[in-house]
Ligand binder design. Sequence first.
Ligand code: HEM
Length: 430
Amino acid sequence: MATKTPAETEIALQRMVTIYVVTGLLFLVLPGTFLGVWNLVSISGRHTLAGLSQAWLQAHGHAQIFGWIGTFVIGIGYYSLSKMGGLMPVAVSRAWTSWAFWTGGVAIRWAANVTEFHWRILVPVSAALQLIAFVIFFATVSRHKPQSAPSKRPAIETWMKLVIAASVAFLLALIVNQVEAVVLATTAGHPEIPHWLDQRYLFLAAWGFPVLAVWGFNARWLPVFLGIREPSSDGLMAALAVSATGLTAALFGQLQIATLLLLIASILATLALSVFRRPLKPAKTKGVSPSFPAFVRGAYIWLLVAAALGVYAAQADAHGGIWGASRHALTVGFLSTMVFAIGQRVLPAFCGMRLLYSKGLMWASLTILNLGCLLRVASEVPAYEANLRAAWTLLPVSAVTELTAVTIFALNLGITLILPPPTTAFCKVS
Ligand code: HEM
């Protein structure tokens, strides 16, 4: 096979990351958000979470966490680590293999959960496909060597340590998923993870790899994007250690300790990243909405709200409302706001030196998302826990509001990727 030039490899990498982004967007809109809205409208109609298919709720959660966030993380991981050196061009063919296994695995899991068609075979197979895809990714990127003078062995930077920890948490979540899938297939009547186990697993799936990956990439990019000071390495390492202890406590079912530790870790990470301190330089908002820094800061408020609600849920939840509010403050308020903000900032450049189609749509997607999340988090506790009629009426409104935000985000990125890149664009990311 002829050796590729660096320019050809760069184009191949851009094409690869574009396909990952489009795949993630597809999982986000239909299997993820649309099914989430459907579930919430059904719950609001019955005025209770009880009795709704757990397999459908779990299909939604799996599509969002693995189908959307996971696909973005793997695609961006392959791309950015290849760009930093050591991986080209073998990473491109590995990335395509991972993509095929990963997409097949997540899609099969969703279909098997929703239809229950041959689920005893398909659920374990889907988990295996996801695990294989991730192991290929893990093996490829862990051989990555940052570019440096040949004589020097470079120290691993703090942001990288967080990304490595996120990758380990990702791998663990997929191993747990594989074991669960086999146990379900051999013992259960439906593809539904029992509540006690699902709750522990969700800590790893939501507070594990997605949160650690965001802290890692924020440590690398926010000083440039927001003009803030470099993060405190000690503070971030303390946040990582406390968070890992919290996740371990959650796996052992010690939810009160786990939620308290995750609250402390969130406070430590927010302080270490200096998100709320006065910036040293103006933020770089060229090509994106000027409100970009406010949304990034707002995401950290959601992180703290999610963690505080988690502590409350571990003490007082009776009907799933406080856990649900905490989970969505985290997944919609923190993770989705962050991906909408940073994603629209970096992905157009990663996917072929493009410019974001519309700053106005970026602002609209983020504003509507935060409004929907506020409605959701504020009404879920009084609805589920106190059966308050007005709160039950607000929940479907929150669902449609969030669906609107997701659709605008997907359209803005989709149009950006379809339109040809401007020939003279200079889209430097950092
Ligand atoms: C339009 C937006 C969304 C709606 C309407 C929605 C709706 C729901 C509903 C009704 C549940 C069942 C539990 C509960 O009542 O709280 C649920 C669970 C869940 N959602 Fe969402 N959701 C949305 C967005 C997201 C996003 C963006 C993520 C992740 C990035 C996410 C991740 C999860 C997870 C992990 C679960 C737990 C599933 C399980 O029980 O195993 N959701 N969601």
